[in-house]
Ligand binder design. Structure first.
Ligand code: ADP
Length: 211
């Protein structure tokens, strides 16, 4: 069953529905930056969703691919399986992808219209992980796409520590929205694992405070 944007809670709605009475303290020492200010508009432009990213009926889903772009394990395998063989045919024409680059294709049999393929760093490299998120957002904006979902890039087979990767993802998206919020309707953080859900619930309260 595909999920439309109208069915996905914004971060503000999610917080009020599920976290309001169990606010988890966020220790600022664990994140390097000064806590961003409350911004209701930006809080309504992000979502946290625990789901299979291939189920989303939105403008673009991001694929945490490998440099060949010809399919792999994890989320990459799930996206290619759901999109069908035409995705691989289009990917062949792209001649691979360097770490942190982002390349767009159609979504084929996916409910999502497009796939933005990026390659995360292997292991912990905050510069390259940030750049991967930034390049995906750039491709999204250049193609006038308004709804985009990210998986937890690099945190599976590529071994990036999940908690640190979560902080980079949220910081990068917050920075992007500060200057580009009119160009997007919603940026969805898709988590597949319970522990990632817990990290995002915690750090969303820091990077997108509700107060
Ligand atoms: P990488 O090679 O970049 O580490 P992986 O696919 O191994 O990519 O893992 C990235 C993240 O994607 C992990 O959090 C993993 O649990 C998650 N994941 C795996 N399958 C799916 C899926 N179908 N939808 C969303 N996330 C998924």
């Amino acid at each position: 069953m595909a999920l439309k944007i109208s069915e996905i809670l914004t971060w503000t709605e999610y917080f009020k529905k599920t976290l309001y009475n169990q606010i988890k303290p966020v220790f600022t020492e664990s994140v390097s930056n000064v806590k961003p200010s409350y911004n209701d508009e930006l809080n309504n432009k992000v979502s946290l969703l625990k789901t299979d990213i291939t189920k989303l009926e939105i403008d673009a889903i991001v694929n945490a691919a490998n440099k060949t772009l010809l399919g792999g394990s994890g989320v990459d395998g799930a996206i290619h399986k759901a999109a069908g063989p035409q995705l691989k045919e289009e990917c062949k024409t792209l001649k691979g992808c360097e770490t942190a680059e982002a390349k767009i294709t159609k979504g084929y049999n996916l409910p999502a219209k497009h796939v933005i393929h990026t390659v995360g760093p292997i292991g912990e490299n905050s510069f390259l992980l940030k750049l991967a998120y930034e390049n995906c957002l750039k491709v999204c904006r250049e193609n006038n796409l308004r709804t985009i979902a990210f998986p937890c890039i690099s945190t599976g087979v590529y071994g990036y520590p999940q908690e640190k990767a979560c902080q980079i993802a949220l910081q990068t998206v917050r920075n992007f929205l500060e200057s580009n919020h009119t160009s997007v309707e919603r940026i969805i953080f898709v988590v597949f694992l319970k522990e990632d859900e817990t990290f995002y619930e915690k750090y969303l309260q820091f990077f997108f405070p509700i107060e």
